[in-house]
Design a protein around this ligand. Structure first.
Ligand code: SF4
Ligand code: SF4
Length: 396
């Protein structure tokens, strides 16, 4: 794995000036205000179905819906972002909860040693629940120019600024869920929703930093800034053909959160472990995507919808058709994450293969072929899932 300087990273992914993106154009928001898109969605709207088929039963569905039910509760606590949404807890209530989060009178941290402080932050983040932690300077190009709270109509579309004192972004990632991911595209492939609970890590780490006497903006969801470029700059991974972060350890199966802060820290470097070359040879996500949202062509800087940003060199992804597939049919998908050869358990065998992918990049077509021969890109049968599944720490 190579470490890159920020200039090398810039040369690899950025092809021109970046204009800050307006949250209004993200798919989560467009589905609420964009009339032409709403019309397209209407044609698709289907009821969530359960059946007797393994993977699609009521119990499987309940596990998926229950695991996502943490989201509105986390949103209640999402109070530190500059533009508050309707779902945030009332500011007074939040202030009452938060008022103890400050150092005792007379106490203060030695700020002359960012290396030691970084050590505290990374260890605390891991203890609170993060599987990966990286740090970068907060690059304001990735901060949304405007936020968009559609429930408030035009009034809810507001410019957003983050103060220059927030010099650093701490990026955490939670990863795993490989065994459930193999049951794609059924309700059992529920790790994406269940991983929201690990985002509580952000709230705890944010409280830790406040107790040390510093400021934080706690970005639990993608509602303040674009998460993937910050995660890349913080050295957590590289961009894949499917438009998501690929990490060395968990592949594409990660959820990302960020904290912006003024505490002095040491930044990490971006990494290169062979993803770009591998994605050039591998098109498994594009082949498997039911909505044809992932391109088979080369990287380019030309956006394909208003929800794509300009001047980023990447495999252009169509978020509209992906969104229609996910929400129009009210079913899980994430097939692209499940079939991605980087999404593998951290066993010695898979670590060795990833080492080869990094060190002998010329052999990528062979690794892609071997992945197919081993059947990793095929779903696992879900018959008897509940009899055979042993969640971590489960004891009979
Ligand atoms: S989530 Fe499904 S529809 Fe969307 S890009 Fe991935 S495979 Fe395609
Ligand atoms: S499935 Fe293949 S092409 Fe798609 S992101 Fe993963 S490695 Fe890249």
């Amino acid at each position: 794995m190579k470490k890159l300087t920020l200039d090398e990273w810039e040369n690899e992914y950025i092809a021109g000036p970046i204009e800050r993106f307006d949250q209004k154009y993200t798919m989560g928001r467009r589905g609420q205000w964009d009339e032409s898109f709403k019309e397209r969605m209407k044609e698709l709207t289907a009821r969530t179905a359960v059946s007797d088929e393994p993977g699609w039963t009521l119990v499987d569905w309940a596990m998926r819906v229950a695991s996502r039910s943490i989201v509105p509760k986390l949103e209640l606590m999402n109070q530190s972002k500059p533009n508050q949404g309707d779902t945030s807890l009332a500011p007074d209530a939040f202030a009452a909860i938060d008022k103890r989060l400050r150092p005792p009178a007379g106490a203060g941290l030695n700020t002359n040693d960012p290396k030691t402080i970084t050590n505290y932050i990374k260890k605390a983040a891991t203890y609170f629940g993060a599987d990966m932690v990286g740090i970068c300077k907060l690059d304001h190009r990735w901060v949304y120019s405007h936020t968009c709270d559609t429930k408030k109509g035009e009034e809810g579309h507001k410019p957003q600024e983050i103060g220059q004192e927030y010099q650093y972004a701490i990026v955490i990632a939670c990863g795993g869920g490989y065994n459930l991911r193999r049951h794609f595209p059924t309700y059992i492939n529920t790790w994406t929703t269940n991983s929201y609970r690990q985002m509580m890590t952000n709230a705890l780490l944010s409280a830790f930093i406040k107790c040390l006497g510093f400021k934080t903006i706690d970005c639990t969801f993608d509602d303040v800034a674009l998460a993937v470029p910050l995660a890349m700059q913080a050295g957590l991974g590289q961009l894949g053909r499917h438009g998501m972060l690929i990490t060395p350890r968990y592949g594409s199966s990660v959820r990302i959160g960020q904290i912006f802060t003024d505490i002095p820290l040491v930044q990490d470097e971006p990494i290169d472990f062979g993803v770009t070359e591998f994605c050039n040879a591998c098109k498994k996500c594009a082949d498997a995507c039911p909505s044809h949202s992932i391109t088979h062509t080369d990287r380019s800087t030309k956006p394909v919808t208003v929800s794509n940003a300009d001047n980023e060199l990447k495999w252009q992804f169509n978020p509209e058709t992906c969104h229609m597939n996910l929400y129009g049919h009210a079913k899980p998908c994430q097939i692209c994450v499940s079939v991605c050869p980087f999404t593998k358990p951290h066993t010695p065998f898979h670590r060795m293969v990833k080492w080869c992918v990094d060190k002998a990049r010329w052999a990528n077509p062979l690794y892609v072929k071997m992945d197919s021969i081993f059947g990793y890109d095929k779903p696992k049968k879900s018959d008897n899932f509940w009899d055979n599944w042993k969640p971590e720490n489960y004891q009979r």
